[in-house]
Write a protein that binds this ligand. Structure first.
Ligand code: GTP
Ligand code: MG
Length: 408
């Protein structure tokens, strides 16, 4: 019963809700992301359902009318799973499963599934497994009910309860075992980090799929796995990078996402230690994404969770090659200029007003503006290094241009 199964998502329908706080166009954008997540998990989205609700229905999250509409659709078409953009309570998940008789997932479950598929090292696998069991624990009752249906309910309740208790105990034991295992690996990793000595530490952070690994590959000439799917990177990679003749450590780590499941933040805490212990953050943003400003806010939320929001940070706006803006015709006097009409130059002006030279615009893919980027990182790393080792001052010129020939 506790065997982990990879979810078969071949065809799925998505559900989102419109609320006071969540307007219709936002819901569609969120569902776009959920569709991308589904695709990353290996699924294909057949249809989307959206409902306007004031309060979620405690039994089925959405209202009964919408539920009937979905049930009719599911009956007509081959649908393997229904995926909700919001977190369902274990009871809701269970009720909906009973009604539709297909797999019911929420956003958290889907993200956990992707993490499970993508975890490569035993460290990442242990972290994901821990998160999965923590997600599973309150849902065990539901899983039992599911069995009850197969076996025919009457008379099963007594032994059922005991079995739930047994399962809970197994899961709890497993959780504490995994926690112990992680602690042991953590101690080893801490020692490793400690051995790295006095080098300045720089961490790439950002929303998933913004180009962190691509940028890492460009600066460190290494080969880190990058692809156009979410959560390509789960483990942290650390490379020694030299700009001019100044060496520092650069780490690439797991991408963040809106409403990152708390179980995952918890169990990935030690992966995120690399971020927590960094001297400088490079916050990479995909400026070609229509929601990039919201992505920045989500990333800052997660940084807050790991006490890293106050760190020195350079905002790196990536994918300028792919950026497109909407035009306002010259004779159009009605349309008000908003973010989507901004050119890259407009965005530069806005962000530089806010952050000065802590905002940089590049294309990691086309290597655009990489010189400026490297100079900026050099200056910042040098500054940190020199403040730590003032007697090293003479080693590194104040300006990268001082190097007649770049060694990197
Ligand atoms: N057009 C364009 N695409 C880019 C650029 N940088 C990266 N990409 C693409 O964006 C996709 C994601 O890149 P990754 O480097 O894997 O992104 P990541 O931030 O490491 O993603 P996760 O590890 O999944 O969080 C890949 O398809 C890259 O080729 C860029 O400057 N311009
Ligand atoms: Mg990556």
């Amino acid at each position: 019963m506790l065997e982990k199964k990879t979810t078969d998502l071949e065809s799925a329908v998505l559900v989102g809700v419109i609320t006071q706080q969540q307007k219709e166009d936002k819901v569609q954008e969120y569902l776009d992301e959920l569709e991308f997540l589904t695709y990353t998990a290996g699924g294909e989205v057949k249809n989307r359902f959206v409902q306007r609700i004031d309060l979620p229905n405690p039994k089925t999250y959405i209202g009964s009318g919408k539920m009937e509409e979905i049930a009719a659709y599911v009956k007509e078409h081959e649908v393997g799973a229904i995926i909700f953009d919001d977190e369902l309570s274990p009871a809701q998940q269970n009720n909906i499963e009973k009604l539709l008789k297909i797999k019911v997932l929420d956003r958290t479950g889907l993200i956990l599934d992707i993490f499970a598929q993508r975890a490569q090292t035993s460290y990442a696998r242990t972290q994901v497994e821990l998160a999965q069991y923590e997600y599973l624990l309150p849902r065990l009752t539901g899983m039992w009910t599911h069995l009850e249906r197969q076996r025919g309910g009457i008379g099963m309740r007594g032994p059922g309860e005991t079995e739930i208790e047994t399962d809970r105990r197994i899961v709890r034991d497993r959780i504490s075992l995994l926690k112990k295992k992680l602690k042991k690996i953590d101690r080893q990793m801490e020692t490793q980090r400690g051995n790295r000595g006095a080098l300045v530490r720089v961490a790439l952070v950002g929303y998933t799929n913004v180009g962190k690994s691509t940028l890492m590959n460009v600066i460190s000439k290494s080969e880190v796995f990058a692809e156009n799917k979410l959560f390509a990177t789960l483990d942290t990679t650390v490379r020694k990078v030299v700009i001019g003749n100044l060496p520092f450590l650069l780490s690439d780590t797991v991408g963040f996402i809106r409403k990152l499941p708390t179980q995952l933040v918890e169990s990935f805490k030690s992966t995120l230690d690399e971020v927590r212990e960094a001297d400088l953050l490079l916050h990479v943003v995909d400026i070609s994404h229509p929601n990039f400003e919201e992505h920045i806010a989500s990333v800052n939320e997660t940084l807050k969770d790991i006490d890293s929001v106050q760190k020195r940070t350079i905002m790196v706006f990536n994918k300028i090659d792919q950026y497109e803006h909407e035009l306002i015709e010259e004779d159009d006097l009605v349309t008000i200029k908003t973010g989507k009409h901004f050119t890259i130059a407009d965005w530069k002006r806005t962000w530089m007003e806010r952050l000065g030279d802590n905002a940089i615009f590049i294309s990691a893919l086309n290597r655009e503006n990489m010189e400026e980027f490297r100079k900026r990182v050099y200056n910042e790393v040098r500054d940190i290094h020199v403040s730590r080792f003032p007697y090293n001052n003479f080693l590194y010129p104040e300006n990268l241009d001082a190097y007649s020939e770049d060694s990197n």
